[in-house]
Design a protein around this ligand. Structure first.
Ligand code: FES
Length: 234
């Protein structure tokens, strides 16, 4: 699906979740708007920011069923807005949302060779307390070929063969309910290449074409340690 097709998909879901009173930390005009999806737990109950652990990433799908994303509570680290660059050019990353600006989200597909969390194994993980590869606490590491990314700085590359940051997912926060929603993404051309590369695997998991289905008004967040059977700790 090209960008025009993606926008059409988005506009076709106007009856979805309305986020008029929700806040972004900063304007992020570079993002492609997508139908908002409330972040809920595996039981379908809306997540509260206060209950999201800082020790590991939660995995959720957005904006389509076959796009895995990480929701990360950065704990004590602040996520500041940053100027970033990906294969399409420059963009403004808005930083974190929620209390302390601690909550960030990225597409969990490594920009090096597209390693991503699968039910059997995930070579990509958030190393909250650091690791040999991470070099410092709070990095996203990819054990496939040893790349590392800093989620507090827009998931910029901090080491390894990857040259581009992870794709950002825009979050919105509602102080009244302490809830979070995803409502935008940047880098759909990369996602389309991912779909093409892993089409057979994705069809096997989601049914023919199911990986391209929009997630709807809610999307379930699952700790990575439950989402994938094996999570190497490089
Ligand atoms: S696929 Fe992640 S480092 Fe190569």
């Amino acid at each position: 699906m090209d960008r025009r097709g993606f926008v059409k998909l988005c506009s076709g879901s106007a009856a979805g979740l309305a986020l008029a009173d929700w806040t972004h930390r900063a304007a992020a005009a570079d993002f492609e708007a997508a139908p908002p999806a409330r972040l809920v737990g595996g039981d379908g109950v809306p997540l509260k920011a206060a209950d999201i652990p800082a020790g590991e990433a939660l995995v959720f799908a957005y904006p389509m069923a076959g796009v895995p994303c990480f929701l990360i509570n950065l704990g004590d680290r602040a996520a500041h807005p940053a100027s970033m660059r990906n294969e399409d050019g420059d963009y403004a990353w808005p930083g974190g949302v929620g209390p302390g600006g601690r909550f960030v989200a990225f597409v969990a597909i490594c920009t090096h060779q597209m390693s991503y969390p699968q039910p059997a194994v995930s070579y990509l993980r958030y190393a909250a307390s650091g690791s040999e590869l991470a070099g410092a606490p709070g990095r996203i590491v990819c054990c496939a070929h040893a790349s590392a990314f800093d989620p507090a700085e827009g998931a910029r590359v901090t080491g390894g063969p990857a040259t581009l940051p992870l794709l950002p997912v825009r979050l919105a926060y509602d102080a009244a309910s302490d809830g979070l929603a995803a409502d935008g993404i940047l880098g759909m051309a990369f996602v389309q290449r991912f779909f093409k590369t892993y089409k057979a695997d994705l069809n096997a998991r989601f049914g023919p074409g199911g990986y391209r289905e929009a997630v709807g008004d809610t999307t379930a967040c699952v700790p990575l340690s439950r989402y994938s059977g094996v999570v190497p700790t490089c």
